[in-house]
Each structure stands twice: as structure tokens, then as C-alpha cells.
Design a protein around this ligand. Structure first.
Ligand code: PHE
Length: 346
């Protein structure tokens, strides 16, 4: 009996070694370990043996069964491994490699400053509204007291849209500032109004380090009973201090914009040299950051708002200038040239 087992062992292991496919291995398993398999048959016949022989043969047969089962498992494992290797070799994908890390992006410096600015004004009760970049002559100029032929049109070199209306006129343009939104907003809403209106504006410019043909502005507008210049100054002062530091000082000087009266420009004292004079403030000690003023009575009338009852202030500022000052960026063209070496610094 022991000899039979030994023979069976040699034969079974020898066969298994040469098997390379699943069906062959399955046939092998059935042939030796299955219900009618060679080894199973021996195990079943054990009770027929004499007691002495039975003990020895039983132990050997069970050992052999364990060995065959273990060999089978090993064979199946190595076949699985070979399968994976073959698939990987064919598709050239190593499924065991860790994945590529996802590169986290970051917000564009313009977006960052826009969000910061919106948050500051929102905390003072201003809502945020956007409007069209393609405008009509009416909203961009006429309604803002800049009729055709007005010299102030020279302040905003314009990109006209190639569209001629039935009167043979070209009324469409890329807005040169966000001020047309003052009109659009007031046409729809009655005071009290507190709103900022950010967005892209366009100018026909000779592009250089400080001039782009596209940039961002934020327009601010507050209209209500009893709004005065003091509200304008207080609001913008608060903004300047929150963005550039609590020790900021502001300077208002007379300026001219046809749609405000009086008009001012606001400057902050240089946060780098604190007014001493340096490269950022061009030795002036002051940095101009925006234009503002009290909404012109004619503008209010145009949107059916009685200037005897309501007054308001408006302001407009270029957005890129703020991070340029804050981070010492010396070329506005960097903002929209999509160079990651620049963008990744913020
Ligand atoms: N729109 C003006 C500009 O682009 C800025 C401004 C806005 C001035 C509102 C006064 C009031 O220069």
C-alpha cells in the first residue's frame, strides 16, 4: 500500500509540474482528489485493510492528500501570477504602481483679489452683480454723460464690435469700464442700493508693462436718501485699511469723470515705505488706486431717480493694480499670459 501511495505521489506531482492551463489542472484535481479520484479511492478503501496496515497507510494517505492539495494551491497561485504578468506585459500598464498624485491648482491672483475685495464690501452690506462685456454706446458713454464728440471719450480708447444696425451705425463695443453697470443696475432697482460690480473691461491700447487691452475693474455704487461724500470716504477708507493694513492713510484729490460730481481720485500712503518714497510708489509716497465721486444728478435722472431725494456715490478701480502693488509685480502682461512659473507663485 505504501508503495502504491509513493508511486501515486511521484506520478501526481510530476504531472502537475507540467500543467500550464486551468482546465488541465482541474482535470488533474478531479483525477486525484475528486470524488472518484485515485487518492480518494485509496482513502475510501482503507477500512478494508488489516488494522496494522490501515494505521500506517491511513497516515501516509492523509499526508499525501495534504501535500497534493497544497501543491495544487501553489500551482494555481503561480498560474494567476503568470497571468497578471502576461496582461501587464501586453498592455504595459503596471496595475501595482501607485497612482499619479493629483496636482492641486490654485486661484489666479486676480481671482484672489476679487474674492478678497468682494468679501470686504459684502461685510459692509454690498451685494455683488455681474454684467455684459459687450456693451452699447449708450450704456458705456451716452448714459454716463459722455455724448459723441465729448473729449472725455479720448480717455477710453475703444474696441468696436463689427456690427452695423439698421440706421447704419455701429453701436456695439467692448465696455471700456464697469461704469455702464451703474446704469443697468439702477434701471432695474430702486434705492437703497449698495452694490459692487466686478468684471472684465477692454481698451484699444498700445500694450506695455502697465497697459493691457483686457483687465478687470470693480465698480461700486451706493444710492440712498442722504448719502454724502463722507460715506464715500468712510467706505473706501475702510476697504483700503482692510486690504493694505490698519495703519493705511488715504488721500482724496479732485479728479474729473463726466458721470460724477464732484469727482475724486483716491490714493493710499505707500505701504512699503510708509510715505517715505520708494520704487513701488515711484518716490511719491502715495499710490493712486481708484476713481470715485458723487453720482451725477443727470445720471440719476436718466434712470428715473429723483436727485432731489436720492444721492449716491460711485467708484471704480482696476483690479490687477492691487496685487501688482502687494506683490511687487512689475508687468501687467504676466497676468494673462498663462505662464505657470508666474501663476504658481501665488
Ligand atoms: N470708470 C472710471 C474709469 O474707468 C472710474 C470711475 C468709476 C470713476 C466710478 C468714478 C466713478 O476710469
Amino acid at each position: 500500500m505504501l508503495d502504491t501511495l509513493e508511486e501515486l505521489k511521484t506520478k501526481a506531482l510530476g504531472e502537475l509540474k507540467n500543467l500550464n492551463d486551468r482546465s488541465g489542472i482541474e482535470a488533474w484535481r478531479v483525477g486525484y482528489l475528486g470524488r472518484k479520484g485515485a487518492l480518494t479511492k485509496i482513502l475510501r478503501s482503507l477500512p478494508e485493510l488489516a488494522i496494522e496496515e490501515r494505521r500506517e497507510a491511513g497516515s501516509a494517505a492523509n499526508k499525501l492528500k495534504a501535500l497534493l492539495e497544497e501543491s495544487l494551491t501553489n500551482k494555481q497561485e503561480s498560474l494567476k501570477k503568470a497571468d497578471i504578468e502576461r496582461i501587464m506585459g501586453e498592455s504595459r500598464i503596471d496595475v501595482s504602481l501607485p497612482g499619479y498624485p493629483v496636482r492641486l491648482g490654485r486661484l489666479h491672483p486676480t481671482t484672489q483679489i476679487l474674492r478678497e475685495t468682494s468679501a470686504i464690501f459684502a461685510s459692509m452690506g454690498f451685494e455683488v452683480v455681474e454684467g455684459p462685456e459687450v456693451e452699447t454706446d449708450y450704456y458705456n458713454f451716452e448714459a454716463l454723460n459722455i455724448p459723441r464728440g465729448h473729449p472725455a471719450r479720448d480717455m477710453w480708447d475703444t474696441l468696436w464690435v463689427d456690427y452695423t444696425d439698421e440706421k447704419g451705425e455701429r453701436p456695439m463695443l467692448m465696455r471700456t469700464h464697469t461704469s455702464p453697470m451703474q446704469i443697468r443696475f439702477m434701471e432695474r432697482r430702486r434705492p437703497p442700493i449698495r452694490v459692487i460690480m466686478p468684471g472684465k473691461v477692454y481698451r484699444y491700447e498700445a500694450i506695455d508693462a502697465t497697459h493691457e487691452s483686457m483687465f478687470y475693474q470693480i465698480e461700486g455704487l451706493a444710492v440712498d436718501k442722504g448719502i454724502t461724500m463722507a460715506h464715500l470716504k468712510g467706505t473706501l477708507y475702510e476697504y483700503a485699511r482692510r486690504l493694505f493694513g490698519q495703519d493705511r492713510r488715504v488721500r482724496f484729490r479732485c479728479d474729473y469723470f463726466p458721470f460724477v460730481e464732484p469727482g475724486v481720485e483716491m490714493a493710499i500712503d505707500c505701504f512699503i515705505c510708509k510715505g517715505e518714497g520708494c520704487r513701488v510708489c515711484k518716490n511719491e509716497g502715495w499710490i493712486e488706486i481708484l476713481g470715485a465721486g458723487m453720482v451725477h444728478p443727470d445720471v440719476l435722472r436718466r434712470v428715473d431717480c429723483d436727485p432731489e431725494i436720492y444721492t449716491g456715490f460711485a467708484f471704480g478701480m482696476g483690479l490687477e493694480r492691487i496685487p501688482m502693488l502687494k506683490y511687487g509685480i512689475d508687468d501687467i502682461r504676466l497676468f494673462y499670459s498663462n505662464d505657470l512659473r508666474f501663476l504658481e507663485q501665488f
